[in-house]
Design a binder for this molecule. Sequence first.
Ligand SMILES: C=C(O[C@@H]1C=C(C(=O)O)C=C[C@H]1O)C(=O)O
Length: 111
Amino acid sequence: MAAQDQKNKSPDQCLDMTDLRAEIDRLDRSLVALLSERQGYIERAAEIKGRRSEIRDEARIADVLAKITAAAQEAGLSVHIARAVWRTLMEHSIALEMERFDEIQAVQRLR
Ligand SMILES: C=C(O[C@@H]1C=C(C(=O)O)C=C[C@H]1O)C(=O)O
C-alpha cells in the first residue's frame, strides 16, 4: 500500500469533524480530476459531431442514467443522489458541448 493510502481514514476511523472534512476534501479533489477528464471527452464530442442537433442525444442520456443507476446500486451510493448528480452533469455538459460547437462553427465561418 502506498504511503498516501495509509494516511486515508475510513469513515469509522474519523473521530472528529476535522478528520472527516479532510477526507471529504481529498475525495472532492479526486472527483474534480475525474470530472475534468470527462469534460475533455465532452469537448472532443463537439469536434466530432457534425450537426448541432446531434449534441443532445436523449437515447444516450437514458443509457447513461441506466448505467449510473446500476453502478450506484452496486456501490451502495444513493440512487437518488447519483441520478440527480448525473442529470445535472449531463445538462451542463450538453450546454458546454453546444458552446464549443458554436465556437468551432464561428472559426470555420471566418476561414
Ligand atoms: C457526450 C455526448 O453528448 C451529450 C452529453 C452526454 C453526457 O454528458 O454524458 C450524453 C449525451 C449527449 O447528449 C454523447 O453524445 O455521448
